[in-house]
Design a protein around this ligand. Structure first.
Ligand code: CA
Length: 234
């Protein structure tokens, strides 16, 4: 699909009023929207006509969002934003490494969800840009666009979740300096949700894996046992 065509968002949500509100907001942002309420219908739908992004509720009739997410990841890299009813669940989901790109918790502000949808769509668009469009001046540099949650290292776009982006932004602000997990928790969430140090570890682990796979195994983030983490650009 070309970058100028309207993007299609698939909302998988069995609470109809909630799905309707999201649909309204996404359409107002010039996106196409399709809705599914039954968990069993998701995989066939995505195989038949892949959307540009999926908003996937966790608790669904027919089949739960966990299983659906796992199966989607076996054949598709479509951005997935998981929607959960409980904030405590996000930690558990992160630990399961489902491959979702972001998580939102109910009740949410529709505007916030739209912003996260847009951030994911932009990320994919950047990844798909031809190499010829990448600016040679950016080699050796980490460039972070904090409004758009976009990260580029050596001119290469990184596909990061919002959490991973925030961690990288916090660590790279102090290259070579160790930041404690507690400090990284503050960087991760600005809404005082309950998070554990374990979830910082999970985010860092995912971030390191993404950096290593984009840069031939190079490690940019060092784990300092019992203390925290340090960003080492060289
Ligand atoms: Ca539900």
């Amino acid at each position: 699909m070309s970058s100028t065509a309207a993007k299609t968002v698939l909302i998988v949500e069995d609470e109809t009023p909630l799905a309707e509100v999201l649909e309204e907001y996404l359409r107002a942002s010039a996106m196409e929207v399709e809705r599914i309420e039954d968990g069993l219908a998701v995989i066939p739908r995505v195989r038949a006509a892949p959307p540009d992004l999926i908003l996937l509720d966790l608790m669904l009739p027919g089949r739960d969002g966990l299983e659906i997410c796992r199966e989607l990841r076996s054949f598709s890299s479509v951005p997935i934003i998981m929607v959960t009813a409980r904030v405590e669940e996000i930690d558990r989901l992160l630990g399961l490494e489902l491959g979702a790109d972001d998580y939102v918790c109910k009740p949410f502000a529709p505007r916030e969800v739209v912003a996260r949808v847009k951030a994911q769509l932009r990320r994919v668009e950047m990844l798909n840009r031809p190499a010829s469009e990448i600016d040679a001046d950016t080699v050796g540099r980490l460039v972070l666009d904090e409004d758009r949650y976009e990260a580029r290292l050596d001119g290469r776009a990184l596909r990061l979740t919002v959490g991973e982006f925030r961690l990288l932004a916090a660590l790279s602000r102090y290259p070579g300096r160790i930041l404690s997990r507690a400090r990284l928790i503050d960087a991760l969430y600005d809404d005082h949700r309950v998070v554990t140090e374990r979830s910082v570890d999970t985010h860092v682990k995912n971030l390191r894996r993404k950096l290593a796979s984009a840069f031939d195994g190079r490690q940019f983030i060092e784990s300092v046992y019992g203390v925290g983490y340090r960003y080492e650009p060289e």
